[in-house]
Ligand binder design. Structure first.
Ligand SMILES: Cc1cc2nc3c(=O)[nH]c(=O)nc-3n(C[C@H](O)[C@H](O)[C@H](O)COP(=O)(O)OP(=O)(O)OC[C@H]3O[C@@H](n4cnc5c(N)ncnc54)[C@H](O)[C@@H]3O)c2cc1C
Length: 402
């Protein structure tokens, strides 16, 4: 694989760098650095989203006819990499990367024209209502019922672990429309306005002290039949498409590698005045080098997947490898940060405002301030988007024919 950039690609990279240096303000960078959650809070995320939209680079993965850029796979990767290096905020991409492809692949003409622009402008913030108390890895056992009542469905049930449901005005969800059909066949893909009477959202606070996930309850919620995407009973096909999209085309390596760069700098300079000895410690250097080598290997695989996607080839089980490796590397990095800061990291975390506390008090570096919270929150990496055990099973079945 030739990894050198052509002249045109270097010009493009310089353009991205110029854009980031002009538009990614120090406030946005600081907010991104000090967020220990997976997505930044909406005020920061939507500000950055509007800047990207104005530049025409927000929906770069979308087909051009709906607002995409038409970038090559290398350009996409350059963009992701430069954003990671510059410390751009990780915006809530549930609408942009999960929901939108479903709309332009399965949606009606009306759904395409009305829903996609609202994703771009951030008027609609979407959350994903798939998992339920008894349906996670075994998603097809979901129980939320939608019973047809004239031009509406009457929805009852609940969803669990719904990321940013408390910030969202719309949810796409899987519901059981035919309890008599085989379990995969009786599922439909429904869009629910979160302001509909009967919808309630209960926060779940994570170990790191953050509020990102929720339980959502539906008590006799009326949803117009027009809010269904695809045919009745087609929900499983759409869900599989969405989940493959969720895992495929993700660029985990750039963020991991830029985090390792920051870690090197912190080890060299001494985190918050607590040392600086680690930069010369052979064990530490070997440990970080091992993580970096794996992250580089991951980068090559991600580039290959993007190149395949650009040629219209579905990535298949390769995406299970990227999810598996990225999750474990992220957790290795989180643990390394904790070791780097030692007891001071825990102490600094105590200073950071938790959910419900307003006055920010970032007296230490963002890395020190959030190391423990990140470590705790990121335990979820090996769970969300399909657990590591499930990825291993996919590989065993589809690659090793076991
Ligand atoms: C932070 C976070 C955010 C999330 N956000 C969302 C969201 O926005 N929307 C949404 O719909 N869901 C979301 N989820 C839910 C996530 O997709 C599920 O947690 C995940 O699919 C696992 O399901 P479960 O929690 O029910 O665990 P289970 O499926 O009950 O699994 C429990 C354990 O058993 C193992 N296991 C289960 N089945 C097998 C098997 N066949 N072989 C081997 N091992 C197995 C699992 O690997 C795991 O270790 C989120 C989860 C987290 C933690």
């Amino acid at each position: 694989m030739d990894l050198s950039l052509s002249d045109e690609e270097q010009t493009f990279r310089d353009e991205v760098r110029q854009f980031l240096s002009a538009k990614l303000t120090s406030t946005l960078r600081a907010a991104a650095a000090s967020s220990p959650a997976f997505f930044v809070e909406p005020d920061i995320g939507l500000t950055w989203q509007a800047i990207l939209l104005e530049q025409g680079w927000l929906a770069y993965q979308w087909p051009k006819e709906y607002g995409g850029t038409g970038w090559s796979s290398t350009q996409r990767y350059i963009f992701e990499k430069e954003c990671a290096l510059a410390g751009a905020p990780q915006i809530n991409n549930v609408g942009l990367k999960l929901f939108a492809p479903v709309v332009y692949r399965f949606g009606s003409k009306k759904q395409k024209t009305t829903l996609l622009p609202r994703v771009l402008t951030g008027v609609d913030i979407w959350c994903q209502g798939f998992s339920e108390p008894q349906a996670g890895s075994d998603l097809a056992s979901l129980q939320t019922r939608a019973i047809r009542d004239g031009d509406n469905y009457l929805v009852n049930g609940s969803k669990l672990w719904t990321t940013h449901a408390h910030h969202s005005n719309r949810m796409f969800c899987l519901v059981r429309t035919d309890a008599g059909a085989k379990r995969h066949a009786g599922i439909s893909f429904l869009l629910i306005d979160m302001a509909t009477p009967g919808v309630s959202v209960r926060p779940i606070l994570t170990l790191g002290g953050d509020h990102e996930v929720n339980a959502v309850f539906f008590d006799n919620v009326l949803v117009p039949v027009d809010n269904r995407v695809g045919e009745e009973g087609q929900g499983w096909v759409i869900a599989k498409f969405l989940l493959e999209n969720e895992r495929g085309g993700s660029c985990f390596a750039p963020r991991l590698l830029s985090e390792l760069d920051r870690m090197d700098a912190a080890a060299l300079n001494g985190p918050d005045g607590y040392g600086g000895v680690l930069a010369d410690d052979m064990q530490w250097r070997r440990r970080v080098a091992r993580i970096r080598l794996s992250a580089r290997a991951l980068e090559l695989l991600e580039l290959r997947i993007l190149a395949d996607l650009a040629k219209g080839r579905p990535p298949g089980p390769q995406t299970s490898v990227t999810k598996l490796v990225a999750s474990s590397l992220q957790q290795d990095i989180d643990l390394a940060w904790l070791d780097l800061f030692g007891a001071a990291g825990l102490e600094h975390t105590m200073q950071r405002p938790l959910y419900g506390q307003t006055a920010p008090k970032y007296v230490f570096s963002p890395e020190a301030q959030t190391a423990a919270s990140r470590y705790l929150n990121n335990r979820a990496w090996t769970i969300f988007g399909g657990t590591s055990e499930i990825q291993v099973s996919i590989l065993a079945k589809n690659v090793l024919n076991m």
